[in-house]
Design a protein around this ligand. Structure first.
Ligand code: 4FV
Length: 238
């Protein structure tokens, strides 16, 4: 998979892309991430990418032109490098987007090429949303200072589903949300810590009983903490 990021703060990404699982996935060429400075397409001697909102009001709005020209350029580059052009899937990260969940992550992880648009200030010109983005996603109902953090969240949760990124893909299969259940409690050594003991069943070696216990714990935990995951979208908090 290839992921291109359009941002006015490219310097935010190297620490995240250069660490742990993401670093390994990039080194193993499981995913290719390119971070671009949107100002390179400002076409303005002061590299301005924002302007005052029509109709007045506080703050600044990101101009459409740099986003559109950057995506056009990336498409041209792709066609030049690969002959026929793979079509990018353009995602705008914003609080107005559909709430990101594991099902969406699984769907996006099957796409060959993602372009992520990072908003800033009061947001982006509506024509970016309407005329350029294939999808708009929010990582949660709270307002961040930047769209870069949501872009990193998306790169992380999508990349870890790509074959070869996680040591053992099996762990992806039975984790929270893939089974629409929260994960069961995990324990490791020591058996007793500050008076808190590891449940006997986990020390029993009886993998049938351990499997049943884990299923029961996952179900119980989900029913108490996230009943919306069990009843499905009808009363989901999403
Ligand atoms: C956000 C979110 C988010 C809004 C103003 C960036 C900020 C600034 N993006 N999920 N929640 N974005 O808060 O995706 O433009």
């Amino acid at each position: 998979m290839q992921i291109d990021v359009l941002t006015i703060f490219p310097e935010m990404f190297p620490p995240v892309l250069g660490t742990s699982i993401l670093k390994r996935a990039i080194l193993k060429k499981v995913v290719r991430v390119r971070v671009h400075d949107l100002r390179d397409w400002s076409g303005d001697k002061h590299k301005k990418v924002d302007d005052r909102p029509y109709g007045g009001g506080p703050g600044m709005v990101m101009r459409p032109q740099p986003f559109f020209e950057a995506v056009d350029d990336l498409k041209r580059q792709e066609t030049r490098d690969k002959g026929q052009g793979t079509i990018p899937y353009v995602i705008l990260l914003s609080p107005q987007g559909e709430r990101l969940n594991q099902k969406t992550v699984e769907r996006l992880s099957k796409k060959p090429w993602l372009i992520l648009l990072c908003g800033h200030y009061e947001g982006v010109d509506e024509r970016v949303r309407v005329g350029l983005a294939d999808e708009e996603l929010s990582i949660g109902d709270y307002v961040l200072t930047c769209g870069e953090l949501p872009a990193m969240v998306l790169i992380d949760c999508v990349s870890r589903l790509l074959p070869g990124s996680l040591g053992d893909q099996a762990s992806v299969k039975e984790e929270s949300f893939s089974l629409q259940l929260l994960e069961y409690p995990q324990f490791t050594r020591p058996e007793e810590f500050r008076g808190m003991r590891v449940p006997e069943v986990l020390l029993s070696g009886d993998h049938v009983r351990i499997g049943q216990w884990r299923k029961l714990q996952a179900l119980r935990r989900t029913m108490t903490r996230r009943p919306d995951l069990i009843d499905g979208p009808s009363n989901s908090s999403n």
